[in-house]
Design a protein around this ligand. Structure first.
Ligand code: AMP
Length: 595
């Protein structure tokens, strides 16, 4: 216990930080605290300062609720629990309530053991690890043992730490700045400190290493399977031409999938999945764990990709919101069945002892191709190498047609820079899109056989708008969402009378359906937006050469328009008007934090 710090010193430092009004002064206080602290416990200090016990990716929480905390304060101070609760209600802050309760403590404490950072930290660690029967009471006792020995000021910060309400506003970057000055002494040190943080995502580790081993120690922090890297981010431009000029020469353009970014770590059979914000989301994606085990040909590997939900019946991608069904504690099994996820990989970070982040994109991509056994659940993001703006444009339309958001265009010579937002990755999103608030009435011209739950009925339908000029039906979307099981059975039965062996002559389609119908049945559909499409034939060439209009994320409203004949359906001209009247340039949020 020699290398320790009285908890009181930390509490006083926190108090100082709370009162300070400028960032510079805050940094100075951190520097001072870091220099005064034994290097061995600097990680614990940094975690506590951020109101945690471990970096976020570990995914362990204290699991102490307000009630439990108030009970432990009551036990430690001898104040009845309702008195402690009253204090809390009156002061509105658990910290102040704990402070007052301890200050007014009735019992005379004969033996008090001074609180130290180590003792507080290890006690809280024990609290976090307790579970099962009797855990609540045991947690109360452990916490009470700390409050029993706490002075009022210590109690204030202890209570706030336990509730995760420390709110000192100490950002990661402020800590990095302070570490650079405290243990590096120059501006260059800042870069070294930051790199160590970007590859480890562990501020505590960086702090302890800086304090105990200096810059050389920081430089030796490397990539470890199980510890996520801070993700590389993309800049944004609005045209292929601008991107080509920015990168210069040939570029690698990849589909930009609209799902959840996943950093997948695998060591043997053990797989971990981290979100873009580096939370451990493994338990939400048991299917991704399976996919990684069977689809990655390496025993020790870190890859990055986008997990995309798709409709098991139609095979179509679903909007990323559907992934929210995975962010639950219960019902994952059901969500997995209804919204399975495919993984589209776009980077290789590490494999079998080799750090790939320092290798150029082309080499990472080549190696990734080697290490992935593609299936319908795991594959690489489709990519082309080109210097032709029109080819990029076409590829972008193809991506959008498949339900993607656009492209991410990459510099083939660039390395992977963890945590950096640079011009070597540039997003190109649909520049224009038109949000749809009105429903449209469309004609069923074809269908696709259902699979799984939908075996025996149609899983999705091909829909068309009417073009009075040519008296034909032009396709606008494939729809499989919004139908109840009963709808699917009824539609299947009702449509049998219209089945024909080939595409109807009045139907203009570039897409092949499994079954074709005489255009007759009209249904009401709502979609998220209207986009340009290289496949659907509605309004072909009217908005842009070699492109038609399509509905994105269409959904059957439940309304069969038996009151409408096929020629009463929404016309292509109406679609063009809807597209034009609602089209607007998509504004990016001012914040640089994307999803
Ligand atoms: P944004 O969230 O709009 O800033 O765009 C960047 C995000 O796009 C990344 O964080 C990934 O989640 C996602 N993404 C999808 N496909 C790709 C790809 N091929 N390469 C890089 N990022 C991609």
């Amino acid at each position: 216990m020699s290398e320790d710090l009285p908890f009181r010193a930390l509490a006083e430092a926190f108090q100082g930080m709370e009162e300070v009004t400028s960032r510079n002064a805050l940094t100075e206080m951190l520097i001072d605290l870091f220099k005064r602290s034994p290097p061995e416990i600097l990680d614990e200090i940094v975690y506590l300062m951020q109101g945690k016990l471990y970096p976020d990716f570990v995914g362990v929480e204290l699991g102490v609720g307000e009630k439990l905390l108030l009970r432990s304060i009551s036990l430690a101070t001898g104040l009845p629990q309702d008195r402690v609760e009253d204090l809390y209600k009156r002061l509105g802050d658990v910290g102040r309530a704990a402070e007052e309760a301890v200050a007014s403590r009735k019992q005379v404490v004969l033996f008090r053991e001074q609180l130290t950072v180590r003792r507080v930290y290890s006690t809280l660690e024990r609290v976090a690890k307790m579970s099962g029967e009797g855990a609540q009471d045991a947690k109360v006792k452990l916490l009470a043992s700390l409050f029993n020995d706490a002075e009022p000021l210590e109690a204030r910060y202890l209570a706030r730490i336990v509730m995760g309400r420390l709110r000192l506003g100490v950002a990661d970057y402020t800590v990095l700045d302070a570490l650079a000055v405290a243990f590096g002494g120059s501006k260059e040190a800042r870069e070294i400190v930051e790199r160590a943080y970007n590859v480890s995502s562990d501020l505590g580790l960086v702090a302890r290493t800086a304090a105990s081993q200096g810059l050389a120690g920081l430089q030796s922090i490397g990539i470890t399977v199980g510890r996520p890297l801070r993700p590389m981010l993309a800049e944004r431009l609005s045209s292929p031409q601008e991107i080509l000029e920015k990168i210069g020469g040939t570029v690698a353009a990849e589909y930009k999938f609209d799902g959840e970014r996943m950093q997948v770590h695998r060591k043997g059979d053990s797989v971990m999945v981290f979100s873009r914000r580096l939370e451990n989301i493994t338990s939400h994606y048991p299917d991704v764990v399976e996919i990684a085990r069977s689809g990655l040909r390496s025993n020790e590997i870190i890859v990055e990709g986008e997990g995309v939900a798709f409709d098991a019946d139609t095979g179509e991608f679903l909007p990323f919101q559907e992934l929210m069904h995975r962010r639950r504690k219960y019902g994952i099994e059901k969500a997995m069945e209804e919204y399975p996820v495919s993984l589209y990989l776009f980077d290789l970070i590490y494999a079998d002892g080799v750090d790939y982040t320092t290798k150029p994109y082309t080499e990472r991509r080549r190696k990734l191709e080697e290490l992935v056994s593609p299936s319908d659940r795991i594959n690489l993001a489709p990519m082309i190498m080109t210097k032709d703006p029109e080819e990029i444009e076409r590829f972008m339309m193809e991506a959008i047609e498949r339900g993607c958001e656009g492209l991410v265009v990459k510099d083939p010579n660039s390395v992977y820079r963890a945590g950096a937002r640079e011009w070597s990755w540039i997003k190109l999103k649909r520049e224009y899109r038109s949000e749809m608030t009105d429903t449209v009435d469309l004609v069923i011209v074809g269908a696709f056989h259902g699979r799984g739950k939908r075996a025996g009925v149609y899983g999705a339908y091909l829909l068309a708008a009417y073009d009075p000029d040519s008296d034909t039906f032009k396709t606008v979307c494939k729809v499989g969402t919004g139908f109840t099981d009963e709808d699917l059975r009824n539609f299947h039965e009702m449509l049998q009378q219209y089945v024909i062996s080939h595409r109807h002559p009045r139907v203009d389609s570039r897409m092949e359906a499994d079954v074709w119908f005489v255009p007759q049945v009209v249904i009401e559909v709502l979609a998220a937006e209207i986009t340009l499409s290289p496949i659907h034939t509605a309004a072909w060439g009217a908005v842009r050469p070699n492109a038609g209009l399509a509905l994105r994320f269409p959904r059957y409203t439940g309304r069969l328009r038996s009151d409408k004949g096929p020629e009463d359906a929404t016309t292509v001209k109406e679609l063009v008007e809807m597209y034009r009247s609602q089209v607007k340039k998509i504004e990016e949020p001012a914040s640089s934090e994307g999803t």
